[in-house]
Design a protein around this ligand. Structure first.
Ligand SMILES: [Zn+2]
Ligand SMILES: [Zn+2]
Length: 140
């Protein structure tokens, strides 16, 4: 994966922070990372980028469709690589764990609902909130 080229292809300059931010997503496949997470990971490597800059870079990548931005809770946005394949999410309201799932029956039903209403479906997001198995077992 030529990350600098991927960045230049969206009309952005391949600066070190941009390259490193995108590399971090490739190094953490399937992860949903906030600007805070990214900024901590960069600080561990002694790359000091202030939080607003990290956020701006993430938004630039989201605008360029390299990343997908999610607001699972009101306080912070998380970003994941846009790998072109659709999935939905399960969010633990206690520990913040994010899991992904795809359920063909749900996908089919959503398309049917749209079709019945002559609604031209473009996209959808489905997020289930609750307790992950680990947090649920601690509650009891
Ligand atoms: Zn949990
Ligand atoms: Zn995801």
């Amino acid at each position: 994966m030529d990350i600098p080229k991927q960045i230049r292809d969206c009309g952005l300059r391949a600066t070190l922070p941009r390259v490193r931010v995108l590399q971090l997503f490739h190094e953490h496949p399937g992860k949903h990372l906030s600007a805070d997470d990214i900024s901590h990971l960069l600080a561990n490597e002694k790359i000091n980028v202030i939080l607003p800059t990290v956020y701006r870079v993430l938004m630039q990548f989201a605008d360029a469709n390299i990343l997908i931005r999610h607001t699972f809770d009101a306080e912070r946005a998380v970003f994941e690589l846009n790998e072109g394949s659709h999935h939905d999410h399960l969010i633990c309201t206690k520990c913040g764990r994010v899991d992904e799932f795809i359920d063909e029956a749900i996908e089919r039903r959503q398309k049917a609902v749209a079709q019945q209403r002559r609604f031209v479906l473009q996209t959808h997001t489905l997020t289930l909130y609750g307790l992950c198995a680990q947090c649920a077992s601690r509650v009891r």
